[in-house]
Design a protein around this ligand. Structure first.
Ligand SMILES: CC(C)(COP(=O)(O)OP(=O)(O)OC[C@H]1O[C@@H](n2cnc3c(N)ncnc32)[C@H](O)[C@@H]1O)[C@@H](O)C(=O)NCCC(=O)NCCS
Ligand SMILES: Nc1ncnc2c1ncn2[C@@H]1O[C@H](COP(=O)(O)OP(=O)(O)OP(=O)(O)O)[C@@H](O)[C@H]1O
Length: 205
């Protein structure tokens, strides 16, 4: 039983590349939420030898170097080719979905499950998961700002960020479909204030 004796609230957290999902997830985690990060699970999937073998079979053995996926090379392929992207998604997404369900089951089996479980899923709408959560939160920020923030974080070029954004449902459409929108066009203080307000709603009886 959780402290309140009720089932954890499930939150789907999404937005396009660089919108600030991980930043929001961290702030919710600091307040006591459990976070399941689909990007991290997708990275785990590509370390599974069975998945890696299927990626090598589909995209060529040169994409696996010393037993590890050449992520940059695969990204260069899939973000300019929707058909290739859909093949990769078909190899990785079922693994991610299974592991996510396993993690939820483990959290629910704890003596004191968390009050809130946050599912950070970049492609939540694209894969049709919008009905799977009590609350869907979309993190919004203008593309120009996201390009700058991601470049500072990871060194992806402007073109690479734009290509990934173009491979996702338009962010404005996600904002329309959201239950809650977090505007991350401001500073970190502004973000934290919105997350605190969201948290109060999530844990309200
Ligand atoms: C292509 C890969 C190898 C590139 O790896 P890389 O380390 O450069 O990026 P990383 O995985 O950290 O993803 C960063 C961001 O790219 C975007 N992105 C990743 N995959 C996709 C995709 N298939 N479609 C659209 N956007 C994507 C998301 O915004 C994500 O947050 C990797 O992203 C991958 O395996 N993608 C397929 C799995 C997937 O869909 N992951 C996203 C959530 S499950
Ligand atoms: N309000 C903010 N002010 C300044 N920098 C920010 C703010 N919010 C997020 N960032 C920074 O912008 C970058 C992108 O944010 P974050 O990694 O949280 O986005 P994301 O949506 O998880 O990205 P991805 O789609 O790549 O997973 C990070 O370096 C983060 O630290």
């Amino acid at each position: 039983m959780s402290l309140s004796g009720s089932k954890p609230r499930s939150v789907g957290l999404t937005g396009n590349i660089g919108s600030g999902k991980s930043a929001v997830a961290r702030l919710l985690q600091a307040r006591g939420a459990a976070v399941i990060d689909a990007d991290a699970l997708a990275r785990d999937a590509t370390r599974d030898p069975a998945v890696l073998a299927r990626i090598a079979a589909a995209f060529g053995p040169d994409l696996v170097v010393d037993g590890a996926l050449d992520r940059a090379a695969l990204a260069a392929r899939v973000f300019r080719d929707p058909a290739a992207r859909s093949v990769l998604n078909g190899l990785v997404h079922p693994w991610v979905q299974r592991e996510r369900e396993r993690r939820v089951a483990a959290l629910l089996a704890q003596p004191e499950p968390p009050r809130v479980i946050v599912h950070d899923i970049p492609l939540l709408f694209e894969v049709g998961l919008e009905g799977a959560f009590d609350t869907v939160v979309v993190v919004d920020a203008p593309l120009e700002l996201r390009v700058r923030r991601v470049a500072a974080r990871s060194g992806l070029s402007e073109e690479e960020v734009r290509a990934r954004d173009a491979a996702q449902l338009p962010l404005a459409e996600k904002v329309r479909r959201a239950d809650v929108v977090i505007d991350n066009s401001g500073d970190r203080g502004a973000l934290e204030r919105q997350v605190e307000a969201l948290w109060q709603v999530l844990v309200a009886p």
